[in-house]
Design a binder for this molecule. Sequence first.
Ligand code: FNR
Length: 328
Amino acid sequence: MEYKNKHVLAPMVRVGTLPFRLLAAQYGADITYGEEIIDHKMIKCDRHINEYLGTTDFVERGTQNVVFRTCPEERNRVVFQMGTSNAVRALTAAQLVSKDVAAIDINMGCPKSFSISGGMGAALLSKPELIHDIITTLKRNLDNTITCKIRLLKSSEVTVELARRIEKAGVSALAVHGRRVPDRPRDPAKWDEIADVVAALSIPVIANGDVFEYEDFERIKGATCVMVARGALWNASIFSPSKSSWEDVKREYVRQCILWDNDVKSTKHTLKEMIAHYSSLELPEGKAVIKSANTENVALDESDQQLRIHSPPLYMAQILLYHSSICI
Ligand code: FNR
């Protein structure tokens, strides 16, 4: 994995499943993170080749629950992000998926109480020995690129000190979200403090925070890569110099969700975020998404709907054609 002038899709729970990652890549994302998956959950999964979709699925034993789905097309750019508080468990989970992804990333920034109470996410920021243990264990036993994603600490000096320790432990790159743990998403990202980390390290830094337009990729000075979350969630064509309308992006997203049989909860959540940002969930479209029980019902593209209803063979042919063009 190369970390030079790359535009990166950030990890986003319930959003960053296969269709959304492929969508972002279609518009120009160079590196695409999956949603955070907790190691406890991953180690309960078996690896299945899904011949029908052309994907590799990690399915929770004894259920049909697909915890992580990927495909060969994204093998060289997909990052598997994990939540963990234990080096051995992290390794067990990472070993399951290591052949199918380009990099493994450890989430060290999640401020949610679920993560913190389990000793994961931002709880790791105050445990440098455990960070060292997790990174060195993964490095010693895997061929993948290993990275982690942190938030800013209480001052630039303290952040830089931790970043240096993480660099020493052997990560290939460090993603820095330019907010402190108690900050809210509406608080502005502190790009100057990210710049302090960039200046202090020799490894690439992936700068993250408040990239809402393509031009913003250039505004985070010095960072070798720039990562975007909400700007991509609202309109994944942010990765392209010529932005598409959010309605077009939304339709393409739904199409991808159908093609890759995305979990309906993820599809609905992502669509609701897009609609709430640009329109309103109170309008008919928003209400229809909230009500829909499966991904097909969520399909908003009139022509696709007509095709499916009036000419199922043509619709299937369209799906097969699409798959053969991207998966072979
Ligand atoms: C996130 N974020 C996040 N971070 C992470 O490390 N793992 C995750 O799974 C998630 N999940 C997630 C879901 C959603 C819906 C959002 C909006 C955010 C945080 C995200 O990756 C990023 O660090 C912040 O959102 C800041 O970037 P932006 O939004 O300012 O570009």
